[in-house]
Design a protein around this ligand. Structure first.
Ligand code: PLP
Length: 373
């Protein structure tokens, strides 16, 4: 008996591009085939790590800088200052440098070596800031950015939490791509929430095409930081006290675009990340795994013919020395997950820069971000 192995076959549909910036957007949508067996609905994943900076944040970086230049607030040659600790900083630095803008990133002291080195690879100037103090504290990264921009006309800070060109990027690109890629058959869109740009912009576009499309926001329920989720959930469900909490959420979280908010614990998501990799061959970051897990749960009770799309913001590689590292799991109370996927054994030699945690992916997004990636 022979098996047919699909994959690169020599029939080329590969294109040539004039600039790395032309690689932003138009990312693939791939169907799940193994975990969906016997489920009535299909589940697809939008793979945004195909963007050149490695994440969906390239989309917003391009749009934010374009809009700021058009509006005249980002002057030619001005320096970009950013408080994001990962994907957004990389996206802004990458797009910025190709348009003549150098970048400064305010990084928390324990930013992982991996992320620091990626920023340095792009020529970013890294200065210290903190996220473990109140936002009014002069050492908080936002306060450092505020003070720096006030003192220097040549510095420009995007404020991705509130700038309209963040969700507008997803409205202009992610939404139309998904509508086109599913030939208008998409029935559910599932995406993690940090600044809210993805879910708000994509959700708005899709619902304008078909008001019946359901938009599901996903978030981590972090036992170590229960305030994060309970606050988002409280706000979403308009539970008593939500008004005070609302001010903490990024302006770009448009709760009107959400039908449902779903939270899962970090442990169950990391565990499922291994299952996803070993069943579907998809190597994805925790926030992506979270949304796919929820998409599959929805698919189990969905109607035949429903098309559920989960959004994947980045690749597992960014978390290979943290959430997907055996020693990191054992050190962070996830020994049962390590046992399940690496075998029950005393921890061996793996030594990592385990400070790269998903919860730290983008410190500037606190408090919403801290509940997501
Ligand atoms: C890995 C990852 N997943 C999900 C998100 C959520 O995206 P948004 O900020 O559009 O809500 C982010 C945002 O920083 C992210 O870095």
């Amino acid at each position: 008996m022979t098996t047919t192995i699909s994959g690169a076959s020599g029939v080329s549909t590969a294109r040539t591009y004039d600039s790395v910036l032309d690689l932003i957007g138009n990312t693939p949508l791939v169907r799940l085939n193994v975990l969906t067996q016997d489920l009535p609905a299909s589940v697809y994943v939008k793979l945004d790590h195909y963007n050149p900076g490695g994440s969906s944040k390239d989309r917003i970086a391009a749009n934010i800088l374009r809009q700021a230049a058009t509006d005249g607030v980002l002057k030619p040659g001005a320096r970009i200052i950013e408080t994001g600790q990962g994907n957004t900083s990389i996206g802004l630095a990458l797009v910025g440098l190709l348009h003549g803008h150098e970048s400064t990133v305010i990084a928390k002291p324990d930013l992982s070596r991996n992320k620091l080195n990626l920023l340095r690879l792009l020529g970013v100037h890294v200065i210290p800031g903190r996220f473990d103090v109140d936002k009014t504290d002069p050492e908080h990264a936002w306060a450092v950015a505020e003070a720096a921009t006030a003192a220097d006309d040549n510095l420009w800070w995007s404020r991705q939490q509130s700038i309209a060109s963040n969700p507008a990027a997803h409205y202009a690109t992610t939404g139309p791509e998904l509508w086109h890629q599913t030939e208008g058959r998409i029935t559910h869109f599932v995406a993690a929430i940090a600044t809210g740009g993805t879910v708000s912009g994509t959700g708005r576009y899709l619902r304008e095409q078909s008001p019946d499309i359901r938009v599901i926001g996903t978030t981590f329920d972090l036992p170590e930081r229960p305030w994060a989720d309970s606050a988002l959930n409280k706000t979403f469900h308009r539970a008593p006290g939500y008004e005070e909490l609302e001010q903490d959420w990024a302006d770009n979280v448009d709760l009107d675009q959400l039908d449902v908010l779903e939270a899962r614990t970090k442990g169950e998501v990391i565990d499922f990340g291994f299952q996803l990799a070993r069943s579907e061959g998809l190597l994805l970051g925790p926030s992506s795994v979270l949304s796919i897990k929820i998409a599959l749960e929805l698919a189990a009770t969905a109607s035949p013919g429903d098309v559920i799309v989960a959004f994947s913001a980045d690749h597992a590689r960014d978390y290979a020395s943290a959430e997907y590292d055996e020693q990191w799991l054992r050190d962070h109370d996830f020994g049962d997950i390590a046992d399940r996927w690496f075998g029950v054994a005393p921890a061996t030699s793996s030594v990592t820069d385990a400070d790269s945690t998903a919860t730290d992916a983008d410190g500037s997004r606190e408090p919403v971000a801290s509940s997501v990636v």
